[in-house]
Design a protein around this ligand. Structure first.
Ligand code: HEM
Length: 497
């Protein structure tokens, strides 16, 4: 009998523990959904039946017309979702000081993940400031211009690859194609090596890149637990990437350095910038490796997702594709090439790529950790965000809100015409690259490699959506952290001449 009482007491205690914070927001007069025991308000974050983006979608739809912010519970921790663009501006820009760190900064362990721990995305406070300032000059326009011939080389290899693949009369997965392309571009721009993704089956760097950003189930469970019980951050650290994968990239960098030193190679690429940093600031090998891995990991996946979505939208929109092809042809030089300058000047290409980013931002939500208590206020409604509370910005939902974009489900690049983009960015309703002082550091490079890929493909091929993708529902993969669609994005390529 005592045993049964004990079990009942334990269950009751667990229930009290799990639901302890359930009235956190109602006590503060902040509206929100009714949380489920254990699952909270983002059940898909744990059950993975659907991508967690769909939980945000449901909450956004239910509350946007009623309130500028929503209080939710993630498992048992209170979190705040900001729905009103003016408040997003507060979090990203005006009150940046209070939201300067990301939710992930406390999760990573310098001992277990020494290389990832130095990525600006994970860094906090002064260390973030210092590292960001250290890396920013690697992305100047002049450096981008110097990298452009390397990107053109990879683009040429991609065209040959598509030519071979299309002879086989088989559809091509735009996701895999774009990942091969960005892996080759990034390896070339960082390590000065050809990753051979287009020529070799299971090319090693492509495979390692795949593993670099595919956290194991254990990592996923740890992330869910830490994300849900923030107290665990103090005791449980996450190793995002296995040591052997980190070591692979360290070795790659060491070989590249050795080759460059021995052969007196001069190339104005990222490795050259890191070498300059070593000479000027005496950074050690570990710091050099962490910079190169940061470039690699941040550089290929997000851009490849963006390129594949842009290709998919172009394949679905003949009018846009034809208009873009006209712009490409009008800007070619006498050798049929697009110069760095012309690529920057092509306004329709810019609009097409940004419209694809609006509809499919690779990062669907951004989360910021509050560092000190601060008030957020809009339209007479106020909430005090307490230190330690995570604030979510639902990027994808803001991009699909008809109050922000007319006919949001329509792929319509012209909406960014006549400098409209600046207005959308200023109003914080368009933020595929985030915003404020922590805006994406590699934006310039991302735009360059993505636009070069799109111009090359559309300049050489007519792209259509393959039946395989037409037949599949267009949904974000439940298991993915980034905006990756289930089943791939299958397209057909028809050579133009
Ligand atoms: C289309 C491609 C890309 C997209 C859509 C993208 C998107 C983003 C977003 C949304 C953030 C802010 C995250 C947040 O506030 O929560 C971010 C941060 C960052 N991105 Fe990108 N990114 C892209 C490509 C790149 C590339 C190519 C690099 C580097 C080579 C890069 C490096 C970084 C870094 C270092 C940060 C952290 C900045 C900081 O915290 O100061 N990204 N990116």
């Amino acid at each position: 009998m005592i045993f049964i009482y004990l079990i009942i007491a334990l269950v009751a205690l667990l229930y009290v523990y799990l639901t302890w914070n359930f009235n956190y927001w109602s006590k503060r007069g902040v509206p929100g959904p009714k949380a489920k025991v254990f699952l909270g308000d983002l059940p898909n974050g744990i059950m993975r039946k659907q991508n967690v983006a769909y939980d945000f979608q449901k909450i956004y739809k239910e509350f946007k017309a009623k309130t500028p912010f929503v209080g939710i519970i993630q498992m048992r921790d209170p979190r705040l979702i900001i729905l009103e663009p003016e408040l997003i501006k507060d979090v990203l820009i005006r009150k940046f000081h209070y939201f300067r760190n990301s939710e992930f900064s406390d999760m990573i362990d310098t001992e277990q993940d020494p290389l990832f721990a130095k990525n600006p995305f994970f860094l906090k406070d002064d260390e973030w400031k210092e590292k960001r300032a250290e890396i920013t000059p690697a992305f100047t326009v002049n450096r981008m211009k110097a990298l452009y011939p390397l990107i053109q080389d990879v683009s040429t290899r991609m065209v040959k690859y598509i030519a071979n693949e299309s002879k086989k009369s088989k559809p091509c997965d735009a996701r895999e194609l774009a990942a091969k392309y960005t892996t080759d571009v990034v390896s070339n721009c960082i390590f000065g090596v050809d990753a051979e993704s287009f020529t070799k089956e299971n090319a090693e760097i492509r495979e390692m890149g795949r593993k670099l950003l595919s956290p194991s189930t254990i990592v996923f469970i740890k992330l869910v637990l830490i994300g849900s019980f923030s107290i665990l951050k103090k005791f449980m650290k996450v190793q995002f990437t296995k040591m052997e994968i980190q070591q692979f990239f360290v070795d790659l960098m060491k070989q590249a350095l050795k080759y460059r030193d021995e052969n007196k190679v001069q190339r104005e690429d990222f490795l050259d910038y890191i070498i300059q940093l070593r000479n000027k600031k005496h950074i050690n090998e570990l710091e050099m490796a962490s910079h190169t891995i940061s470039f690699f990991s941040d550089g290929f996946e997000t851009s490849s997702i963006a390129i594949s979505h842009a290709l998919y939208e172009l394949a679905n929109n003949k009018r846009v594709q034809d208009k873009l092809r006209n712009e490409i042809n009008n800007n070619r030089d006498e050798n049929g090439q697009l110069s760095f300058e012309k690529l920057q000047e092509m306004s329709y290409l810019d609009q097409v790529f940004h419209e694809a980013l609006r509809m499919h931002p690779p990062l669907v939500t951004s989360s910021k950790m509050c560092s000190e208590n601060v008030d957020l206020e809009y339209d007479g409604k106020k909430v005090t965000v307490e230190k330690g509370i995570n604030v979510y910005i639902p990027i994808l939902e803001v991009h699909y809100d008809p109050e922000n974009f007319l006919e949001p489900k329509k792929f319509h690049p012209e909406r960014f015409d006549d400098g409209a983009m600046k207005d959308y960015v200023d109003r914080c309703v368009f933020m595929p690259f985030g915003g404020g002082p922590r805006i994406c550091l590699g934006m310039r490079f991302a735009l360059l490699q993505s636009k070069a890929a799109l111009a090359t493909i559309i300049g050489n091929y007519v792209v259509t959506v393959n039946q395989k993708t037409q037949d599949n529902p267009f949904v974000i993969d439940a298991a993915e952290f980034l905006n990756i669609k289930t089943g791939g994005l299958w397209v057909n390529f028809k050579p133009l001449n």
